[in-house]
Design a protein around this ligand. Structure first.
Ligand SMILES: Cc1cc2nc3c(=O)[nH]c(=O)nc-3n(C[C@H](O)[C@H](O)[C@H](O)COP(=O)(O)O)c2cc1C
Length: 190
């Protein structure tokens, strides 16, 4: 089983990176093969809405998104990690998500499987927010669920923490990393 972690924060070693690493350690401890990609370290242009993909299901922009499509196709489980940035996912992750419009085109225009095969995939969302506002993860979750639905990835749940702001603050929550480890183990159990 291959698990792809997508580290959406531009703050390397920050709270979502720590959570994601622990989820992946949990998955690994149950025998999964794991890989992490970091959108902020890749050259991924935003979607230009050129509509080229509507004819072929392929994006014609040649940048680091091309290998990301292949990683998504290979994955059985996807763990999207992003802090809240103005209520949504980070701009770096959103650029990657928007480039999945080519996969939307495969599915809805060309009637093909969006990720090339019909293997059962599951996806988990991890997030933190500095504030402690009720329902603050709703907008980001809506984006993530829309992506997963488009890619035929079953939503396997979310692991979100409020009031986590300073770099590394997540380690002060006595249960957060433990919960992340368990979530990773569970994600690859069935
Ligand atoms: C540009 C920017 C926008 C942010 N917007 C929000 C927000 O809307 N809600 C919130 O709760 N926290 C917000 N935060 C705080 C981060 O979510 C918080 O610091 C988080 O712990 C960062 O996680 P990381 O260490 O994984 O990058 C924002 C931070 C930045 C830099």
């Amino acid at each position: 089983m291959r698990v792809l972690g997508i580290a959406g924060s531009p703050r390397r070693g920050g709270n979502t990176d720590l959570l994601l690493a622990e989820v992946l350690r949990g998955a690994e401890s149950n025998g999964a093969e794991v890989k992490t990609i970091v959108p902020s370290e890749l050259n991924i242009a935003p979607c230009e809405h050129c509509d080229d993909c509507l004819k072929t299901g392929e994006c014609t922009t040649q940048d680091d998104m091309q290998p990301v499509y292949l990683e998504l196709e290979r994955a059985d489980r996807i763990v999207l990690a992003s802090p809240l940035h103005f209520m949504g996912v980070t701009a770096q992750l959103k650029a990657m998500i928007d480039r999945c419009q080519a996969l939307w085109a495969r599915k809805y225009k060309l009637k093909k499987p969006p990720l090339g095969n019909r293997r059962q995939r599951k996806g988990l969302f991890i997030s933190v927010g500095g504030r402690s506002k009720a329902n603050q993860f709703g907008p980001a979750l809506a984006t993530v669920k829309s992506l997963f639905r488009t890619l035929d990835i079953t939503f396997a749940g979310e692991l979100v923490f409020s009031g986590i702001d300073e770099k590394g603050a997540i380690t002060k929550d006595p249960n957060a990393l433990k919960q992340a480890h368990l979530a990773g183990q569970r994600l690859v159990e069935d």
